[in-house]
Design a protein around this ligand. Structure first.
Ligand SMILES: [Zn+2]
Length: 517
């Protein structure tokens, strides 16, 4: 059975999409989970793009042992050298470098002739090989490039020492038959291609990313790239969990093994969704909330007689197991710690104790604590930076006077003093945001704001996710609480705090503004 290497770019291609910004701790947490999930390669970021990215890539390369860690570099000397500094601590240092090869990109973006592009690609691969044992070279916008030009440039970069050749469908333009044919053509015409890994990287602009990836596998790809939950630029990347499950369920057809630990699928998907704030659509294949729900009477009847009548994937396969054991008010420290360990959390004693306190507080107000609640609670502890919160919510009062919602908020500000402000709004949330804007002393624009319920029932935790710009910089804040107004206020403050303590400073990305304030 041939092995397909899984190259995960959740932390690079996924993280660079609109509205997502993860701090170093969160990136490390995702990387650790990807390692458990069994991906061969983790693309941890773009080290030369910002000091924050550099720091995160370095930490991940120094920590992860069972997956190769890579970073992206343009065909620029300083990018490659900076990447080496970030990645050299890895078990097998790996660099991912690229240059555009399509006529439109070469002419308008690079302003270079095809000959110059070949020269730059060869030089950058040669330079990378001075440092890295593993060098992946990508032909950006390959699917809109001239096939014979691809053959020429690939002949040269393989000669220069590239160990993986990636053929990305950067703009999500190819159809499965075309993309498969391109792999076949290159496999048959590029000199030395059998000595290197051949990789697929697909985007979902036309909804064909996973289908294209599978077509590439059928036509010689030995590595596939994608992200968890398919997050990424624009319509996103190929969802790796879908590719892995397809290879497993249709093993009779693909005859290929992914090396992915499928039982870690649900957990990996949940973690990425929680930390990025990107909600999974309910009908999404494999990990959607409804992926295993059968509503039709005919289906339900069949399922009762034999589950295989309508169910090709079992929830069990992806680790979506319904746990009977729910914790409640009377659960003690031991039961809580055992459950946390069973769920795969490895927290320090200090963090476990803090999580237990939060659990007790919640259990006082909520009858049954579901797996989802525990997951949110424990992950929050796991990624907590331990730094002092600069702004801290102390008290929140909302009242309506003549139908006008007004909020009065007490916040501990960075100087240590308490500040109280009051503001009205056309809704309670707007009143809260208006009040907080006064307190944080800067211009805040709300780009996106969402509240969703973590588990079932009227006493469920509500999770608020807010994406805002504060004095021109973008960040995302999150908080879960039974009171959605409090969760919203805390998520807002969390977004502001992240910028002030932030390690991960990156220039703000422009994005259209959803009206909120
Ligand atoms: Zn991409």
């Amino acid at each position: 059975m041939r092995k397909i290497e899984f190259f995960d770019t959740t932390l690079r291609d996924g993280e660079q999409s609109a509205g997502i910004n993860l701090n170093t701790k969160e990136k490390l947490e995702i990387a650790r989970q990807l390692e458990k999930y069994g991906v061969s390669i983790i693309e941890a970021g773009f080290p030369a793009s910002s000091p924050g990215d550099f720091e995160a890539v370095k930490l991940i390369a120094d920590t992860v042992k069972n997956s190769v860690v890579t970073g992206l570099a343009r065909s620029i000397k300083s990018d490659i050298e900076t990447s080496w500094e970030a990645l050299k601590g890895g078990v097998q240092p790996h660099l991912h470098t690229f240059i555009a090869t399509s006529p439109i990109h070469m002419q308008y973006k690079l302003n270079k002739t095809p000959e110059q592009v070949i020269e730059i690609a060869v030089e950058s691969v040669k330079l990378a090989k001075k440092y890295f044992p593993l060098v992946q070279w990508s032909a950006e916008d390959a699917t809109r490039s001239d096939k014979d030009f691809l053959v020429r440039i690939m002949n040269e970069v393989i000669k220069a020492g590239a160990t993986t050749i990636n053929i990305p469908d950067t703009v999500g333009y190819a159809s499965p038959i075309e993309y498969g044919a391109l792999f076949k053509y290159l496999s048959e015409n590029v000199t030395g291609i059998e000595k290197v890994k051949l990789s697929a990287h697909c985007h979902d602009d036309l909804g064909m990313a996973v289908a294209n990836t599978l077509a590439a596998i059928e036509n010689g790809a030995t590595q596939v790239e994608g992200t968890i939950n398919g997050i990424g630029e624009r319509a996103g990347n190929a969802a790796l969990e879908e590719v892995a499950v397809a290879l497993h369920i249709r093993n009779d057809y693909y005859q290929a093994d992914s090396g992915i630990i499928l039982k870690e699928t649900k957990r990996t998907s949940q973690l990425v969704s929680q930390l990025t704030g990107v909600v999974i659509q309910p009908n999404k294949a494999v990990v959607g909330k409804n992926a295993f729900a059968h509503e039709s009477g005919i289906h339900q009847d069949g399922m009762l007689k034999n589950p295989e009548t309508y169910e090709i994937i079992t929830p069990d396969l992806i680790g979506d197991v319904a746990t009977e054991l729910v914790l409640g008010k009377h659960s003690g420290r031991h039961a809580f710690f055992t459950r946390a360990a069973e769920m795969g959390f490895q927290l320090s004693d200090e963090k476990l104790n803090a999580a237990f306190v939060a659990f007790k507080k919640l259990a006082d107000r909520k009858k049954e604590i579901a797996e989802e609640d525990l997951f949110v609670l424990l992950t929050d502890q796991q990624v907590k930076s331990g730094e002092v919160e600069l702004y801290e919510l102390e008290e929140l009062v909302v009242h309506y006077e003549n139908n006008v919602p007004t909020s009065t908020i007490t916040v501990k500000v960075p100087s240590g003093e308490q500040v109280v402000e009051t503001c009205a709004g056309s809704g309670a949330v707007e009143a809260i945001f208006n009040t907080l804007e006064k307190i944080v002393n800067g211009e805040v624009r709300i780009l996106d704001y969402r509240v969703s319920s973590v588990s079932k029932g009227r006493d469920a935790l509500g999770e608020a996710v807010i994406n805002l710009t504060f004095n021109g910089k973008t960040s995302t804040g999150r908080n879960a609480s039974q009171d959605v107004l409090k969760a919203s206020a805390r998520a807002y403050i969390n977004a502001i705090n992240r910028q002030l303590v932030n390690v991960h400073k990156r220039t703000s990305r422009s994005r259209s503004v959803n009206r909120c304030l």
